[in-house]
Write a protein that binds this ligand. Structure first.
Ligand code: AMP
Length: 180
């Protein structure tokens, strides 16, 4: 299910570029303006719902924090459960953790050990707002697979294609909009 060019334009135009945030040289893709634009938000969610209706998914997992917004709405629309992948130290029950490299140093994401219930091999879609280097999302895919589920695709609203973050994923990768 591909995105019509007018839908792409509506979504693209609703995302704001903030230069030099959070540090000099980074152009931050601000999706709060998309969230505040009901037309763009529903075009995006309709597109994702249509794409994933036929995938027979068991869960949507979202990455802390903007992946929670898109992922939980999508899960509800698909009639399935939502699982949060959180930054270290936020989840209250027993967790599994995965470290990943940042430009300087490391960060860590966690998931509840029983997030996908008893059934082994649950089919999971991972959602986040943006893929840059891909480090965060690859760690999240590893976590999903570590706790006995199967991440079949990682889905992003935006991809910074010039960073080649989609290389080396264990799952398929889909981006609504790619910036070259
Ligand atoms: P990465 O692990 O490098 O793919 O970074 C992805 C995470 O950082 C996502 O959760 C994004 O929300 C955030 N991120 C990285 N770069 C940007 C950017 N230029 N604009 C907005 N968010 C970004």
């Amino acid at each position: 299910m591909s995105l019509a060019s007018e839908e792409r334009t509506i979504i693209m135009d609703s995302i704001r570029d903030i230069p030099d945030f959070p540090k000099p040289g980074i152009i931050f893709k601000d999706i709060t303006t998309l969230l505040g634009n009901p037309k763009a938000f529903s075009v995006l969610m309709d597109h994702l719902t249509n794409r994933y209706l036929g995938y027979d998914l068991d869960y949507v997992a979202g990455i802390d924090a903007r992946g929670f917004i898109f992922g939980s709405i999508l899960a509800d629309r698909l009639g399935i459960g939502f699982v949060p992948v959180r930054k270290k130290g936020k989840l209250p029950y027993t967790t599994v953790a995965e470290k990943y490299s940042l430009e300087y140093g490391f960060d860590e994401v966690e998931i509840h050990i029983d997030a996908f219930g008893e059934k082994k091999g649950a089919k999971v879609l991972l959602v986040d707002d943006l893929i840059a280097t891909g480090g965060t999302a690859k760690a999240a895919v590893n976590l999903i697979n570590k706790v006995g589920a199967h991440c079949i695709e990682a889905c992003f609203v935006m991809e910074l294609g010039f960073l080649n973050g989609r290389e080396g994923f264990e799952s398929e990768v889909y981006s609504v909009i790619t910036i070259d």
